[in-house]
Design a protein around this ligand. Structure first.
Ligand code: 13P
Ligand code: SF4
Length: 365
């Protein structure tokens, strides 16, 4: 085993073509000892090296089923944490760039959520009446919080089934950190908007009255995705003035008004599947991250389908973009040399409780 890790500075100035060749060579040397998981928002130069690609749910299943010694996660921090929680103790999850976080996940932290739980207890008994549901886009200690309090994790592809599960246990849901996924899902289940209130974590009692809390069925954390908030209903209206036959498909992290004007709503994997399986000559306006949309546009062009990005401004997930071929080459060559750089290790106590909340989710097929 090499004592000294290869330095990222030695990779930073490599051009993408050099990185490409070095990644391929390192992958070959590692063989089945290493698996690369790639989220759909990854840039092409990284995405092409993934052994498996998918949305958050599919990739967490892949991580749980993998036999590889190393799980290199080309995605963001919470995804690598999930891989660490669900994999066996001897497996190691690796995040090529530690700065690849998720700004939405950062909008909820344990201190604020515990304060919310305590404040809710001034109005009702939360452990008897409220199921805490965390979107998978959250830190491991919040998943652990859900595990401790009879709660569950959800993703954009299973949110309805998770809310059904939650309401079968307790009469209310505390949903964090993404208010939009919570609201869009709740509304599609028939919960009226006035029974979904927003908990402003910057204010005492979330800025809500006792009556509002008592009446609410879903308490939505005031979090959002900075990428998906760029999509606006007027973008759909304007586009349809020119192309009235357009089909609109959106990720449920987009706001309520955009989702209301969409023909289809679903996870990244769902968006890809729906457009791929659509009849030729259809036109699509898509509300999700730019790398996915560009790849999909190129893929289905040959079938006469046209795919358009919903926002007139370029909005990419800047943290997903942090994983570049230079970092990927760096972690893989270190593994070949017997060094693990950038391992993600969730503290044991959080791991056990977070696993409980994740297993509650995975058991719901
Ligand atoms: P998916 O689970 O749909 O891939 O979404 C992950 C994400 O972060 C969307 O912004
Ligand atoms: Fe987080 Fe939004 Fe990026 Fe998804 S697109 S990883 S929610 S910041």
């Amino acid at each position: 085993m090499n004592a000294v890790a290869l330095d990222i500075q030695d990779f930073a100035l490599l051009d993408d073509a050099d990185c490409d060749a070095r990644i391929r060579a390192a992958k070959k040397a590692l063989g089945s000892r290493c698996v690369i998981l790639g989220h759909h928002y990854q840039r092409d130069e990284v995405f092409q090296h993934a052994d498996f690609t998918g949305d958050s749910l599919k990739l967490s299943r892949m991580a749980a089923q993998s036999d590889a010694e190393y799980i290199v996660f080309c995605g963001v921090h919470f995804m690598a944490e999930v891989a660490d929680i669900l994999s066996r103790p001897e497996q190691i999850a690796i995040l090529p760039d530690m700065a690849a976080g998720c700004s939405m996940a950062d909008m909820a932290n344990l201190q604020n959520v515990e304060r919310c739980w305590k404040e809710l207890a001034e109005v009702l008994d939360p452990d008897a009446k409220v199921t805490p549901v965390t979107y998978i886009n959250s830190a491991a200690d919040l998943k652990a919080f859900c595990g401790r309090h009879g709660g569950i994790v959800c993703t954009s592809s299973n949110a309805k089934a998770i809310l059904d599960w939650s309401f079968s246990r307790r009469e209310k849901v505390l949903f964090f950190p993404d208010q939009h996924l919570g609201r869009n899902t709740g509304y599609r289940m028939g919960i009226p908007l006035e029974e979904m209130v927003v908990w402003d974590f910057g204010k005492p009692m979330g800025g809500l009255s006792r009556e509002e809390i008592e009446k609410a069925r879903i308490i939505l954390w005031k979090g959002f995705c900075s990428v998906h908030q760029m999509f606006q209903p007027q973008h759909i209206d304007r586009f349809k003035e020119t192309y009235p036959d357009t089909l609109v498909i959106s990720h449920p992290e987009a706001c309520f008004e955009v989702c209301q004007k969409s023909d289809y709503i679903g996870s990244t994997e769902y968006i890809l599947k729906t457009v791929r399986e659509a009849p030729p000559q259809t036109r699509w306006l898509v509300a999700t991250e730019l790398n996915l949309v560009n790849r999909l546009r190129d893929e289905v062009k040959g079938q006469g389908k046209s795919v358009h990005f919903m926002s007139p401004t370029v909005c990419m997930c800047s943290t997903m973009f942090r994983t570049d071929p230079q970092h990927l080459a760096w972690v893989l060559e270190n593994l070949v040399a017997g060094r693990v750089v950038n391992p993600i290790r969730v503290p044991e106590a959080d791991k056990l409780e977070a696993r409980k909340a994740l297993e509650n989710m995975l058991s719901l097929a």
